[in-house]
Ligand binder design. Structure first.
Ligand SMILES: NC(=O)c1ccc[n+]([C@@H]2O[C@H](COP(=O)([O-])OP(=O)(O)OC[C@H]3O[C@@H](n4cnc5c(N)ncnc54)[C@H](OP(=O)(O)O)[C@@H]3O)[C@@H](O)[C@H]2O)c1
Length: 386
């Protein structure tokens, strides 16, 4: 496998908004022993990013620049063959993502991304899991705010509960942050593809335990003193996938995923807004107009990101044992996402001897679990039992 490659990791998409933040995060660690590269489709833009990295740490003059395009398989294979791990922020993933997964499987290279697009993850699972498992590589999607706090948070919570009886966990998300053009384009793309969204999820590892979503509508959650509205993100799908594979989730596991909201009015406003976007994204001219609202490559300013934060509170129960836990951190969508995906890539590159021997298209809890949690805690994210 990929132990002795010229590079520890490559950031593919380093010229984009989130990719540049990930590259800056890695540069700011000032680890002269890290052998890494930035990659993308424009050499000139990559050189500009490299100058910014050198300004953070002069040792970044050794960072390699690799030209590669998602529509040029040979450029992807040449890139993935050089590295232990590829970190990609090239999205929308449903559009650009699969050729890189294919290249990683063929060159036996570990992979992390920050997608939040369910259709893409389902497709990679259906098409590449078996071959990735046979190649003994880890293809780990959703290594950003989608879905690390929720996946590792649920995993942290179940480990506080006995695993010999049915377990229920509910996650309640509160966050403040902006949105980049890349995220906006990916979200509109996902909304416009209702048929793929509605498809039944592929289930790869069926163990002896029962796993399912908790059916619950908008409700007042007296244990938190707030309203809770079901959050239709990729996160519950990721949590349930981990639960299907790992014994810590008990014989019968249920998960509910909610936005924690102060007032009932906000719940109504949010539902109307999402409903309107879903409808508009089905109509091609309206979709084209929506895409113009935010330009790819742009995102919230450093000042805005400094004001951002997130908090996910988990209420867990196994029989009469209850636990309340929390995962929290800074601005979720970009600053913390850059941190989370970078630490995931570093974890795969450097902690591999201590990682579970699980391979294929797998989740963060399955691939890295406690090792990644430790890294994220060292990097300032909090995992607490309240
Ligand atoms: N899960 C989460 O929490 C989370 C958080 C943030 C972002 N995201 C997702 O991450 C993705 C990136 O977001 P962003 O805001 O960083 O987007 P962005 O600024 O638009 O960056 C996209 C990057 O992809 C590159 N790219 C596009 N097409 C390419 C191709 N054919 N070959 C090679 N590179 C190509 C772009 O290169 P150029 O510079 O040459 O155009 C750019 O580097 C989106 O899908 C977004 O939804 C997820």
């Amino acid at each position: 496998m990929a132990h002795d490659r010229a590079l520890d990791l490559v950031v593919f998409g380093a010229t984009g908004f989130t990719g540049k933040l990930a590259a800056e995060y890695l540069a700011a660690r000032k680890d002269a022993s890290l052998r890494w590269a930035i990659a993308g489709r424009s050499k000139a833009k990559l050189e500009e990013v490299k100058r910014a990295l050198v300004a953070i740490d002069p040792a970044c003059s050794a960072v390699e620049v690799i030209e590669a395009r998602s529509d040029d398989p040979s450029s992807l294979a040449a890139m993935t063959a050089k590295a232990r791990v590829v970190l990609t922020t090239v999205g929308p993933y449903a559009e650009h993502g699969e050729p890189l997964v294919e290249a990683c499987v063929k060159t036996e290279t570990d992979y992390v991304d920050i997608t939040g697009e369910p259709a893409f993850v389902d497709r990679m699972l259906a098409r590449w899991h078996v071959r990735a498992e046979a190649a003994r590589i880890r293809v780990v999607s959703c290594c950003g705010f989608d879905s690390i706090p929720h996946d590792l948070g649920a995993y942290y919570t179940v480990r506080k509960l006995p695993s010999d009886r049915p377990i229920t966990v509910e996650g309640f998300v509160r966050a403040r942050g902006g949105m980049s053009g890349g995220t906006w384009h990916s979200a509109i793309g996902a909304f416009s593809n209702l048929a793929e969204l509605r498809k039944k999820k592929p289930k790869v590892e069926l163990q002896s335990r029962k796993v399912g979503g908790l059916r619950s509508g908008v409700h007042y959650e007296r244990r938190l003193g707030a309203w809770a509205a079901p959050l239709p993100t990729i996160d519950p799908q990721v949590v349930l996938r981990s639960a299907r594979a790992l014994a810590e989730y008990g014989p019968d596991f249920k998960y509910g995923h909610f936005a924690q909201i102060k007032s009932a009015l906000t719940v109504v406003g949010g539902a109307v807004g999402i409903g309107a976007l879903l409808v508009l994204a089905q109509i091609p001219p309206a979709k084209a107009l929506l895409l113009k609202v935010k330009k790819q490559g742009e995102g919230p300013s450093e000042e805005e990101r400094k004001k951002g934060w997130f908090q996910v509170t988990f209420l867990g129960r196994a029989g009469d044992v209850e636990v309340k836990t929390r995962v929290s951190g800074g601005e979720p969508g970009y600053s913390e996402t850059a941190k989370m995906v970078s630490e995931s890539a570093l974890c795969l590159a450097f902690d591999r001897d201590g990682l579970p021997k699980r391979y294929g298209v797998i989740t963060t809890a399955m691939a890295m679990g406690e090792k990644l949690q430790e890294r994220l805690e060292k990097a300032g994210m909090k995992f607490e039992t309240l």
